[in-house]
Design a binder for this molecule. Structure first.
Ligand code: SF4
Ligand code: SF4
Length: 145
């Protein structure tokens, strides 16, 4: 029976130094490592620092190689799911965040009436942090690893 290679899917945040902004490094993820990407957020200007949030899909091996390639190009890579935190005790399940969460990372569990958070779906858009009345959602993408 033929082996089935499971698709590896991750949402990553890239920070580009000014000298990287003109190079086709993201397209090279497809060309060199057979990874598909979906741009979720972009802030790139010529000769300035920039940032991109990407959804990357491919084999786990190629994902690892692609991330190593980006790092070699001087690009800081942060896995979004590891930089999003919800303070479970602070959350009062008001549901305000769910209306703004386009990726459905925050959703109402109808059985328990509690708000559930799936960090793997989160795109780090930050919308929930703007409406949460008790600051239960925290997005930390700026500090060094
Ligand atoms: S930052 Fe908040 S609103 Fe944005 S995708 Fe993540 S959980 Fe949803
Ligand atoms: S807005 Fe804040 S308090 Fe309300 S459900 Fe979302 S995380 Fe919880």
């Amino acid at each position: 029976m033929q082996d089935v290679i499971k698709a590896h899917r991750k949402i990553v945040h890239l920070s580009f130094p000014p000298e990287s902004s003109g190079r086709p490094v993201v397209c090279n993820l497809t060309r060199l490592f057979d990874l598909t990407f979906n741009i979720l957020q972009a802030s790139i200007s010529p000769r300035q620092e920039g940032s991109l949030t990407l959804e990357l899909t491919g084999s786990e091996e190629n994902y690892t190689k692609g991330i190593a390639y980006l790092s070699e190009q001087g690009i800081k890579v942060q896995v979004v799911a590891q930089k999003i935190f919800r303070d479970e005790e602070a959350c009062i399940d008001c549901g305000m965040c769910t209306a703004l969460c386009a990726s459905k990372a925050l959703h109402l569990d109808r059985a328990t009436r509690r708000i559930q958070f799936d960090s793997e779906k989160c795109t780090a858009c930050g919308m929930c942090t703007r409406v949460c009345p008790v600051n239960a959602m925290n997005v930390q993408l700026d500090e060094d690893w």
